[in-house]
Write a protein of this length. Structure first.
Lengths: 110, 908
C-alpha cells in the first residue's frame, strides 16, 4: 500500500502551480493531476485549496485565465503564466533551492 | 499593478456577482466532471466515481464557499450582511434602540456642540494664504491705546520703521487694535446716518494675508502715505450682500464718514471677515485716514501713541526663533532712536527689559480667547458625560445579551465562529453609535448656535463660524467610533464566548450572570463616581457665579439704561460745541418723566478703562510699585446716577464749570495710597508721572470704591474728572436712571436727543445690569453648562441603577417568591433590594470624593472666593446624588416587595 498523500509545505502550493503552468497552459484539473503525477502521488490537491490559490495568483497578476474548449469538447478555464509570474517563479525556485540545501546541511550535520 | 487588478477583480465579484458565481460554478463543475471521468475510465460506476471524487477532492459547495471567501470583497459583503442583520435586530426592539440612540445622541451631541465652539474659537485657521507663515508681534492680549515701550501695541511710526528695516519678514502689516463700532456714515448719497463697523488697516494688510478681492482692487502701500488723502474703502462680502444686494456696480460708490467721502474700491471674498475671530468689520479703511474716520484717534505721527497690532508674514524658510531675535534687535534700536539722544533711565530700563514674542496668527486674533479655559474644561465635562452614557449602554447591551444567549448559541452551533459572532455584535454597536452620532450632530448644530446666542452681547449672535467643518465632522465620527468600541466590545466579547451547553439548558442561563453582574456593578459604581465629580464641578462653578453676582460693585446697576451718540458723524469738533451738545442732552433727558437722574461718562463698567500713572504734588513717589489709576471723565450727576456714595466733602457741582479751576473726585483706595495721613481734600495731583502736571487737579471729594473693569478685580485707585474740563474724547456714554417702565424711557431719551440735534445718531446700548451680566458671561456659561451636564450625568447614572436593579429583581423573582413563601416580611425584601442601590451610591461616592478633590485643584484658577474642597458643595452634591440614586432603586425595590409567591414560583 502506498504512503498516504502528504500535506504540502506551507506556501509551496503557489510555486508548484506556477511551475506546472510554466510548461504549458492548463486548466484546474490538469494542474492537480500534473502535480500528483510528477510528485508520484506524494501530493494530492484538495479542490478548495487549489482554486483558492488560483484565484489568489490570478488576482496578483501572476497567471491569466481564459475560457477554452477542452479535448472532450467541454469548456474549461485555462491558465497561462504571465511575465510577472515567470519572474516570481524563478525567484522562488532559487530561494527554495537555497533553503533546501541549507536545511539538508543542518540535518546532515550531526 | 497587481493591487489595481486585485481591486478590479474584487469589484467585479461584488457588482457582477451572478456572472462571477456562474463562472466559478462552471469551472468547478468541469473540474469535478473531469475527475469523475478519470475514475470511470478506471472502471468505477458513475455513482461510485462521484463519491470517490467528493471524498478525495472535497465537496463542490464547500470549495465554492472557500473560494468565494478568499477575496477582500467577501469581507465587505459580510459587513453589509451584518449591517442589514443589525438594523433588523434593532428594529425588532424599538424601545432599546430608542433609549440607546437617544442617550448616545445626547452624549455625542454635547461633545460635538462644545467641540464646534472650541474649533471656531481655538482651532480654525483664518481663510488666508498659508496661515502658518503669519506672525503677530506680541501676544495680542490687550487693545486700545497706550504709551511707551510695550510688547502688545505699537505706534504707526514704529510700524513704518519696522516694515522698512526688518530682514525677517517678507511683508508686514498693521491694523488698529480696536474695531470702530460706533461710526455712522451716509451710504451712496443717502441722507440717513447708518451704523457701520470700521477697521483701519495699513495698505499692506490684504497683501500680507494674501486675500484676493472678489471685485475691484485691494489696498496697496501707496495708500499709507501721505496721511489723510487716501479716502478709499474695501467692504466686506456680508455688508455688500446686506447693504447692496451684491450689486456689482458698487465699486466707485462713496460712503461719507464725517466730512470725508470714501470710494469703494473692492469687496472681500465671502469667507473672509477680518483677522479677529468674533468680530466682523463692514469696512476697511487705510490707517492713514485715522483722524478723518475717528477724530479722537489722532496719533499717527506720535512715536509713542501705541494702538496698532503688527502682523507679518515670515520669509520663506525663516524660523520663528530667528525672526523673533531679529525683530527684537530691531525693535530695541527703533525705541532707542525714538527716545532721543538722552534716554531717561526708566525708559532705558523698559527698553532693555522688553521682549516681543512672536505669536502665530494662523488662527487670527480673538476677543473670545477668554473662553478658552472654560471651553477646555467643558470638553472634559462632556467627555465624562459621554463615558457615563457609554457605561449605560454597555449595561443595556449586557442585559440584552443575556436574553440573546440562545440566539447566539444557535448561531455558534451551526458554524459561526466566535470572531464572526463578535464582529456581528460589534456591527450592531457601531450602527447604534452612528445613528447616535447623526442625531447628535443635528442636536449639536442647534446647541452650539444656542450657546453662541447666549454668550453674544447683543441681539445679533457673535460673528463666529460654527458651521460644522471637516474637523467637526471627523471629530464626531471618531468619537462615535470610539464610543461604539467602548460600550460594545466587552458585551460582545462576553456574548461571543457563550457556553453552548449552559445556554441550551432551560430558562435564564445562570452561569454567566455572576460575572455579568460584577462587571455591571463596576460600571454603575464608576458612573456614580464620575457623576459625583461632575456635580461637584457644577457646584463649584455655580458658587463662583453666585459669589461674583454678590460682589459689592460700589454702584447700583439696577434701573440704569445706557446710550451712546456719534457727534463726529455730524462734524462736531473737540470744543465747547461738543460740551454743549452733551450738556443739553443731559438736561433735556433729566427733565423727562420717569428719569430720576442722568449723566455722561467716558467709560462704563467693563467697557475699557483709561489707565495711567499719576504724580502727586509735594509727594515723592513711593519706592515700590505705584499702581496705575483708573481715570474717568464724567458729568456732574454721575455719582447720583450710578449710586456711588460720597464719603468726604463734595462731588462736582454747578460751581465747577469748563473754565473754572480743574477739580477731581477720587476713591478711597486712591486716597489711602496716594494721600496717606491727613485729608486729601485740597491736595493736588496730575495725570502721567513726572512733576510737569502734578498741580493740574485739586481733590474736592472722596467717594467709595467701585468695580471698574470686572467683578473679580481687587480695589483699584480711581479718579473722576468733569468731561467739560478734560475734553479729550468724542464718545461718551449716557447713563439714565429711571423709575417705572424702561420701554417708555427709550423713546423719551431719543426725542430729548433729537430736540437738541435732530440728525444725531443715538444708539441704545442696553441696561447697565445687562452689561454687568455680560462681564461674567464666561463664568455664567461655565456654571450653567456644567450644572446642566452634571444633572444629565446624575440622571444617566440613575437610569443605569434603575435598569440594573430592575433587571436584578426580574432575575431574582424566583428567589424572592421563595423567600416570601417561607415567611420573609415584605419590608425585608424591600430593604434587601434597596440596600443594593445604596451600596452602589456609597461606593461610587467613596471613589468620587478623591477624584473630585484632585479635579477641583485643576480648576481652582477658574473659581472665585470658593475653595476646590468646599465642604458645603460636597455635602449638597452627595445628598443630591444619594437621593436620586435611592429614588432610582425605589421602584424596583417596590416591585420586588409586591412579588406574589404563587406567580413567582410558577414563573419558569
Amino acid at each position: 500500500m502506498p504512503d498516504k498523500p502528504s500535506d504540502l509545505v506551507q506556501g509551496t502550493l503557489d510555486m508548484l502551480i506556477l511551475k506546472t503552468l510554466a510548461l504549458e497552459p492548463m486548466h484546474g484539473y490538469g494542474i492537480s493531476v500534473r502535480i500528483e503525477q510528477i510528485s508520484k502521488g506524494v501530493f494530492r490537491l484538495n479542490a478548495g485549496s487549489l482554486f483558492l490559490a488560483i484565484q489568489r495568483l490570478e488576482r496578483d497578476g501572476l497567471i491569466d485565465g481564459e475560457w477554452k474548449p477542452t479535448e472532450n469538447n467541454r469548456r474549461a478555464r485555462y491558465y497561462t503564466l504571465t511575465a510577472t509570474g515567470r519572474k516570481r517563479l524563478n525567484n522562488e525556485t532559487r530561494e527554495w533551492g537555497r533553503q533546501v540545501t541549507a536545511i539538508a546541511r543542518i540535518l546532515e550535520a550531526s | 499593478m497587481s493591487f489595481l487588478r486585485n481591486i478590479a477583480s474584487g469589484l467585479r465579484s461584488l457588482f457582477r456577482k451572478e456572472q462571477v458565481d456562474r463562472e466559478l460554478d462552471e469551472e468547478l463543475r468541469a473540474y469535478q466532471e473531469m475527475a469523475t471521468e478519470e475514475k470511470i475510465k478506471q472502471g468505477m460506476s458513475r455513482k461510485d466515481a462521484l463519491r470517490a471524487v467528493r471524498l478525495e477532492r472535497g465537496s463542490l459547495e464547500i470549495t465554492k464557499e472557500l473560494v468565494r471567501s478568499g477575496g477582500w470583497e467577501f469581507f465587505l459583503e459580510t459587513c453589509w450582511r451584518d449591517l442589514r442583520f443589525a438594523s433588523r435586530t434593532l428594529r425588532k426592539s424599538p424601545g432599546f434602540t430608542a433609549v440607546a440612540v437617544l442617550t448616545l445622541a445626547l452624549g455625542i451631541g454635547a461633545n460635538a456642540a462644545i467641540f464646534s465652539l472650541f474649533n471656531a474659537v481655538l482651532l480654525r485657521n483664518l481663510p488666508v494664504k498659508n496661515p502658518n507663515e503669519l506672525a503677530l508681534l506680541g501676544t495680542g492680549r490687550g487693545s486700545g491705546s497706550t504709551g511707551g515701550v510695550n510688547d502688545v501695541l505699537y505706534s504707526y511710526r514704529f510700524y513704518e520703521e519696522l516694515a522698512q528695516k526688518n530682514q525677517v519678514f517678507s511683508d508686514t502689516s498693521a491694523m488698529m487694535s480696536v474695531l470702530f463700532g460706533g461710526i455712522h456714515g451716509r451710504v451712496d448719497g443717502s441722507a440717513n446716518l447708518e451704523p457701520m463697523n470700521v477697521q483701519l488697516v495699513s495698505g499692506t494688510y490684504f497683501s500680507v494675508l494674501g486675500v484676493q478681492p472678489v471685485l475691484g482692487r485691494e489696498f496697496s502701500k501707496a495708500d499709507d502715505e501721505p496721511l489723510g488723502v487716501h479716502a478709499v474703502t474695501v467692504i466686506s462680502y456680508s455688508w455688500w450682500t446686506r447693504r447692496f444686494a451684491r450689486d456689482p456696480a458698487v465699486i466707485g460708490k462713496a460712503i461719507a464718514i464725517g466730512s470725508t467721502l470714501y470710494t469703494i474700491v473692492s469687496v472681500t471674498p465671502t469667507e473672509f471677515s477680518g483677522t479677529t475671530v468674533g468680530e466682523s468689520p463692514d469696512l476697511w479703511i487705510p490707517l492713514s485716514m485715522e483722524k478723518q474716520v475717528s477724530p479722537g484717534w489722532n496719533g499717527l505721527e506720535d512715536r509713542w501713541w501705541d494702538s496698532l497690532y503688527i502682523m507679518a508674514r515670515l520669509k520663506p524658510g525663516m524660523s520663528v526663533a530667528q525672526a523673533e531675535a531679529g525683530t527684537n534687535v530691531l525693535a530695541k534700536a527703533i525705541w532707542r532712536d525714538f527716545a532721543g539722544p538722552v534716554i531717561p533711565p526708566d525708559r532705558q530700563r523698559n527698553i532693555d527689559e522688553a521682549w516681543i514674542p512672536l505669536t502665530s496668527a494662523a488662527r487670527g486674533l480673538s476677543e473670545l480667547r477668554e473662553y478658552s479655559s472654560p471651553l477646555q474644561m467643558l470638553m472634559v465635562v462632556v467627555a465624562l458625560v459621554l463615558l457615563i452614557a457609554c457605561a449605560n449602554i454597555a449595561n443595556l447591551l449586557l442585559a440584552r445579551s443575556a436574553n440573546r444567549q440562545r440566539e447566539i448559541a444557535v448561531r455558534t452551533a451551526v458554524g459561526a465562529g466566535r470572531a464572526r459572532v463578535f464582529r456581528q455584535l460589534l456591527t450592531e454597536s457601531l450602527l447604534l453609535a452612528c445613528l447616535g452620532g447623526v442625531l447628535g450632530l443635528l442636536f449639536a448644530s442647534w446647541a452650539s448656535r444656542a450657546i453662541l446666542a447666549w454668550i453674544s452681547a447683543g441681539p445679533e449672535p457673535l460673528p463666529l463660524n460654527i458651521a460644522p467643518d471637516v474637523r467637526v465632522l471627523a471629530f464626531t465620527f471618531l468619537i462615535s467610533l470610539v464610543t461604539a468600541l467602548l460600550f460594545g466590545t466587552l458585551p460582545a466579547l462576553r456574548s461571543a464566548h457563550v457556553n453552548l451547553t449552559d445556554a441550551f439548558k432551560s430558562g435564564r442561563g445562570a452561569a454567566a450572570l455572576g460575572v455579568r453582574s460584577r462587571f455591571s456593578s463596576a460600571l454603575i459604581v464608576s458612573q456614580v463616581a464620575l457623576s459625583f465629580v461632575l456635580l461637584i464641578g457644577a457646584g463649584l462653578f455655580l458658587r463662583t457665579l453666585v459669589n461674583l453676582t454678590r460682589v459689592n460693585r460700589g454702584f447700583d446697576e439696577k434701573k440704569v439704561l445706557l446710550f451712546s451718540i456719534d457727534p463726529p458723524a455730524l462734524g462736531y469738533k473737540l470744543d465747547s460745541r461738543l460740551v454743549n451738545l452733551y450738556q443739553q442732552i443731559e438736561q433735556r433727558v433729566a427733565a423727562e418723566p420717569g428719569v430720576r437722574a442722568d449723566s455722561v461718562s467716558l467709560s462704563t463698567f467693563s467697557q475699557g478703562a483709561w489707565r495711567a500713572p499719576v504724580s502727586v504734588l509735594g509727594a515723592t513717589p513711593n519706592a515700590g510699585d505705584n499702581p496705575h489709576v483708573i481715570h474717568n471723565a464724567v458729568g456732574a450727576g454721575y455719582f447720583a446716577t450710578m449710586g456711588i456714595p460720597l464719603l468726604i466733602e463734595r462731588v462736582f457741582g454747578p460751581q465747577d464749570a469748563a473754565t473754572s479751576p480743574k477739580v477731581a473726585v477720587i476713591n478711597e483706595t486712591m486716597a489711602r495710597f496716594y494721600f496717606p495721613g491727613g485729608s486729601p481734600i485740597g491736595r493736588r495731583f496730575g495725570i502721567e508721572s513726572g512733576p510737569a502736571h502734578a498741580a493740574d487737579f485739586e481733590v474736592i471729594g472722596v467717594v467709595k470704591d467701585a468695580k471698574y473693569e470686572s467683578l473679580d478685580e481687587r480695589p483699584q485707585p480711581g479718579a473722576y474728572y468733569l468731561y467739560s474740563q478734560v475734553l479729550k474724547h468724542f464718545y461718551y456714554d449716557f447713563e439714565v436712571r429711571y423709575s417705572g417702565d424702561p420701554h417708555a424711557i427709550i423713546p423719551e431719551v431719543r426725542s430729548a436727543a433729537a430736540s437738541v440735534d435732530p440728525s444725531l445718531p443715538l444708539v441704545y446700548q442696553g441696561t447697565l445690569s445687562e452689561q454687568v451680566d455680560r462681564s461674567v458671561a464666561s463664568q455664567s456659561l461655565t456654571a450653567r453648562l456644567s450644572a446642566f451636564f452634571g444633572f444629565l450625568a446624575v440622571f444617566l447614572a440613575s437610569i443605569g441603577i434603575y435598569g440594573l436593579m430592575s433587571y436584578g429583581v426580574a432575575r431574582r423573582t424566583n428567589e424572592i417568591g421563595i423567600r416570601v413563601a417561607l415567611g420573609a416580611p415584605r419590608s425585608h425584601v424591600f430593604w434587601m433590594i434597596l440596600r443594593d442601590g445604596l451600596l452602589f451610591a456609597s461606593t461610587g461616592l467613596a471613589l468620587g470624593v478623591p477624584i473630585a478633590l484632585a479635579a477641583g485643584r485643576l480648576v481652582s484658577g477658574m473659581l472665585f472666593s470658593t475653595k476646590p474642597a468646599d465642604p458645603a458643595t460636597m455635602l449638597v452634591a452627595a445628598t443630591l446624588l444619594i437621593v436620586l440614586n435611592v429614588t432610582a432603586g425605589y421602584l424596583p425595590a417596590r416591585r420586588a416587595m409586591r412579588v406574589d409567591p404563587i406567580v413567582a414560583l410558577r414563573y419558569e
